[in-house]
Design a protein around this ligand. Structure first.
Ligand SMILES: Cc1cc2nc3c(=O)[nH]c(=O)nc-3n(C[C@H](O)[C@H](O)[C@H](O)COP(=O)(O)O)c2cc1C
Length: 342
C-alpha cells in the first residue's frame, strides 16, 4: 500500500489516533503498508491535520497503528516527511517555510484555512540543514519505538529532499548546491546518520525522478545524471527497498526525462525495487513478470478497497474511491469502505 496523506490527525497533538489504527488495520493484508507522510518536526508541516512523529504523544499514537497491523500479520513502515517550500507561512506562525533556497514553488498549498498560493521560502542555513538531518534521525528512532517495521524517507513529490536534488529549487553555492553530488548530499548525510543508530536494512527511500511541471519541480539537463548517481550510490547502503514512481505527467516530449522509471533503474539498482503509479492487477503482474520491479504498490485502489489483495485474488469488482473525502476529517471515506465479507 503506497503512502497516502489522509489528514485525519485533527487533534492538538497532531497524533495518529484509534481511527488511524482502524484504517491501517483494515488494510493489513496489503503485505507492506507505507503510512501517510508523517512530519519529522514542527517546521516540516505543509498540510493541515497530518500526524507527526517528533514527540512522545505522537509515538504513542502511532503505536496503535503498528499494533493493529501486526495483530493481523501485516508489516508497516512510516513515511518520514518534510514538506520544505511546499508549505505556507500560516503553518509556521507567519514565518516563511524552510527550503534549500529562497524560491517560490508557485503552486497551490494546503494552508490551515484551505488552498492558498505558495510564497517565497526561506533558504536554510547550514545550521538548519544539520538540525533537519538530526530531526530525520530522531524521527527514525521514534518510528522504531512506535513499533514500525521500518521507515521510508520521502524523497519524492517535490518536498524538501527533492527540492535539494532539483536545479529549479536549489541555487545554493555551498556543499549542498551546484554539482549533482552536492545536491544529493543531504540524503546521504541522513542515511549515514541512520546507519549508526538503526538497522539500515529497515530504511527505505521514495523517489519520483521524472516529476515535471507540478509540485514545484521541473526536469532539468542533469536530472538523469543526478538520479543515476543517487541510485548507484544507494547500492552501497543495503536499504530495505527503493520506492520509485513512474512519471506523474506525460514527459514523452522531454528528452531529459526518464520515460520508463522501473526499466531504467532496474539496470542500476541491485536491491529491491517497489514501483508505483496507476497500476492495476494486469499491469502490475506484467511489470513483475518482465522483471522490471520486485514489488508494486497501490495507492488510490487501497483507499476504497481495504481488502484489495483478496479482490485481486478472486477477480472481484473494486469499490470506487470518493475524492471528496480523501482529506476530510472522520470515518467517512476513511474506514467505511466495505470489504467483500461485509
Ligand atoms: C490522497 C492521496 C494522498 C497522497 N499522499 C502521499 C504521501 O503522503 N506521500 C507520498 O509519497 N505520496 C502520496 N501520494 C501519492 C501516492 O502514494 C501514489 O504515488 C499515487 O496515488 C499514485 O499511485 P496509485 O495510482 O496507485 O494511486 C498520495 C496520493 C493520494 C491520492
Amino acid at each position: 500500500m503506497a503512502p497516502m496523506t489522509r489528514s485525519r490527525s485533527d487533534n492538538e497533538e497532531h497524533a495518529a489516533t484509534e481511527l488511524t489504527a482502524k484504517y491501517y488495520g483494515q488494510r493489513a493484508t496489503a503485505g507492506l503498508i507505507v503510512t501517510e507522510g508523517t512530519v519529522i518536526s514542527e517546521d516540516a508541516v505543509g498540510f493541515p491535520n497530518v500526524p507527526g512523529i517528533y514527540n512522545q504523544e505522537q509515538v504513542e499514537g502511532w503505536r496503535l497503528s503498528s499494533s493493529a497491523v501486526h495483530e493481523k500479520g501485516g508489516k508497516i513502515f512510516a513515511q518520514l516527511w518534510h514538506t520544505g517550500a511546499n508549505s505556507h507561512p500560516d503553518h509556521h506562525n507567519g514565518l516563511a517555510p524552510l527550503a534549500p533556497s529562497a524560491y517560490n514553488p508557485n503552486i497551490k498549498v494546503f494552508s490551515p484555512t484551505g488552498f492558498k498560493e505558495s510564497e517565497t521560502a526561506r533558504a536554510m542555513t547550514l545550521e538548519d540543514i544539520k538540525k533537519t538531518v538530526s530531526n530525520f534521525k530522531k524521527a527514525t528512532i521514534n518510528a522504531f519505538e512506535a513499533g514500525f517495521d521500518g521507515v521510508e524517507l520521502h524523497g519524492a513529490n517535490g518536498y524538501l529532499l527533492q527540492q535539494f536534488f532539483s536545479k529549479n529549487s536549489n541555487f545554493r553555492t555551498d556543499e549542498y548546491g551546484g554539482s549533482v553530488e552536492n545536491r544529493a548530499r543531504i540524503l546521504f548525510d541522513i542515511l549515514d546518520e541512520l546507519k549508526d543508530v538503526v538497522n539500515i536494512k529497515r530504511v527505505a527511500i521514495r523517489l519520483n525522478p521524472s516529476l515535471n511541471g507540478i509540485m514545484g519541480i521541473s526536469v532539468d539537463d542533469e536530472t538523469i545524471k543526478l538520479y543515476d548517481y543517487i541510485v548507484n550510490r544507494l547500492n552501497d547502503y543495503g536499504l530495505a527497498y527503493i520506492h520509485l514512481i513512474e512519471p506523474f505527467t506525460d514527459v514523452t516530449a522531454i528528452p531529459e526525462a526518464i520515460q520508463e522509471i522501473a526499466k531504467h533503474f532496474r539496470k542500476i539498482y541491485k536491491g529491491t525495487i517497489i514501483i508505483n503509479r496507476a497500476f492495476n492487477k494486469e499491469t502490475a503482474t506484467k511489470v513483475l513478470s518482465d522483471g522490471d520491479a520486485d514489488l508494486v504498490s497501490f495507492g488510490v485502489p487501497f483507499i476504497a478497497n481495504p481488502d484489495l489483495v483478496e479482490r485481486f485474488r478472486t477477480n472481484a469488482a473494486l469499490n470506487a474511491p470518493d475524492q471528496n473525502t480523501f482529506y476530510t476529517p472522520g470515518e467517512k471515506g476513511y474506514t467505511d469502505y466495505p470489504s467483500l465479507s461485509k
